[in-house]
Design a protein around this ligand. Sequence first.
Ligand SMILES: Nc1ncnc2c1ncn2[C@@H]1O[C@H](COP(=O)(O)OP(=O)(O)O)[C@@H](O)[C@H]1O
Ligand SMILES: [Mg+2]
Length: 599
Amino acid sequence: MKFKNRRAMLWHFLKGNKRFFVLSILFSGLVSLLDLINPKIIGFTVDSVIGTEETALSPYLESLILQIGGLPYLKQHIFSIALVVLFVAFLAALCRFLFRLFNSMAAEKLIKRMRDLLYEHIIYLPFSWHNQNQTGDIIQRCTSDVEVIKNFFAEHLTNLLRVVLLIVLAVYFMSGIHVGLTVLSAAFIPVIVGYSFLFHHRIGESFRKVDIMEGQLSAVAQENLTGVRVVRAFGREAYEKDRFEEMNQKYMNTWIHLMKLLSAFWASGDLIGGLQVMLVVAVGAVLTIRGAITTGEYIAFVSYNAMLTWPVRMLGRVISEMSKAGISIDRIAYILNSPVEEDPEEPVNAPLDQDICFDHVSFSYGGESPEVLKDISFTIKAGSTVGILGGTGSGKSTLMYLLDRLYNIEPDEGKITIGGVDIAQMDRRYLREHIGMVLQEPYLFSGTVADNIAITQESTEMAEVRAAAKIAALDEAIGKFGKGYETYVGERGVTLSGGQKQRVAIAQMLIRKPEIMIFDDSLSAVDAETDAKIRKALGERTDQATVILIAHRITTLMKADNIIVLDHGRIAESGTHEELLSRNGFYRRIYDLQSPEEA
Ligand SMILES: Nc1ncnc2c1ncn2[C@@H]1O[C@H](COP(=O)(O)OP(=O)(O)O)[C@@H](O)[C@H]1O
Ligand SMILES: [Mg+2]
């Protein structure tokens, strides 16, 4: 989906979740209101219950007090007022609890929804998108930026509403006591908010610097931990230690600088706040002595004033943080607005056990990269085995990515058909399910060996896993692991060698029994003997899959029905092993180089 603007996107995130936010805002409003009641009660108590002033009360309260026995009763039972204060405090606590509860529910639901939406989108983004974007950056957007948006809603927005309500109500109550004194107190509000806003706005830059340095520091640490073998092997420990220490020192200095600024801010903020409180206390006292306000009113006023100090100081920071959320929203919008892979509306999912035809295919990775494939045409007969030979960078892998539609061929740059149907007309999922590709650099997920072999299949019998592993010449190696097929591989488990990984990937593909099997340099890391063993086992399979064998070792593909020699994105020659040898060209040269005795 595509979002028209920031608001549309935020609205989408909030879906199914708004009532929690509304409830949390409602209860936070109630908290502010209840907090403001107690100073009023205390003021009334001081003036009319302890003292003898007349306090104007609402008619409802007046009749309530009369019903229980009027002021004389209250004078004798002052503790009943204390109970009311306690009750109000209890109500406020309850509302605060409900506010926190609904607020965190809303926040957590929001952040979960955001993560789900992002992840789902990212997983469907085309291969080319992932090539252009750094993994670390994507992760940063999915964690830090998501967190910023969560805080925008859950912390800042509710805080803003709560504090504004608190200020409005407090100023209203205060002005009911003495307008002049209220003006004096309120005059400080814009000053304090403005000061704190400006400060936090400026310091945001320093915080960003600290964030970046933290990222760099952990990058150095991570690089060294991952590459610990290289560090040891080359005796680079001291060098790496110094490099880390230097960065760590810089990081610390930046923090200290930041803390100095922060301390100065809080101290000066205290000073302004203190000045305001002092003025209100002093001027209020004068007004009380002159009889302009009562003692109770004075106490209530001072309480209200004190209640405002902290929230007002927070307000500037909240506004500054909110103004920065836009950047994070844009960073997330960048991901969500990137188009995912689209399938044709009416796909033609023709059977794939047919001839594969590359028809004048040219391809470039876009951007500044040159043309990688140039006018490639050839046909692979259904059920045959074709070998593709070529130097590194000649475009072998690219050819296979195109067949699997990991990248798209531009409309006027030729096409690939299977059984006469253009693969661009097929569903990608369908195509990829039926084409098995063993990638040049296989990737294993953390899990057992058996899990990894059966990865694409939900319910696989152990016998099938074993059968596939046998063909991939892996069964024996697995037997030597402590727990056999239940051995853990991946980051926390046994580290497999390159050749073993390739064989797991081969088994992984075999188990799916695809119509088309691609081995992209999949035997490069296994020794010649194992290579031969695997090829023999593959040849003995009864199903008639079309096999594409990419290799740089001639022995791997010399028995293929047809061999295509790629050179710098062009087909240099093609034919059977014998034909190519007799042609005395590129193939012959490589053959002579690769000590044919090996075969
Ligand atoms: N994602 C990519 N973006 C840009 N260029 C690429 C990309 N992948 C490969 N290439 C370039 O395309 C050419 C062919 O690469 P590839 O198909 O992997 O060759 P081979 O598999 O034959 O070694 C190389 O020059 C390589 O640098
Ligand atoms: Mg390759």
